[in-house]
Write a protein that binds this ligand. Structure first.
Ligand SMILES: [Zn+2]
Length: 58
């Protein structure tokens, strides 16, 4: 009889919230320049090409 104590999570606004969060979560930011990439591999490739001195490899 204690399960009725909790309030249901409001669903409205979830779409807008998810949209904004997803947009930020799906983007990878380059630490050297303010470029954003959708995939981590793209970000890594960019860092190697644009900022070769940043990569630890070699
Ligand atoms: Zn960069």
């Amino acid at each position: 009889m204690a399960s009725m104590d909790k309030e249901p999570v409001p669903v409205e606004g979830e779409k807008t919230d998810l949209y904004g969060t997803l947009d930020k979560l799906e983007l990878y930011n380059c630490g050297k320049c303010s470029k954003t990439f959708r995939k981590q591999k793209q970000c890594e490739a960019h860092m190697r090409e644009a900022h070769p001195s940043t990569t630890k490899s070699r």
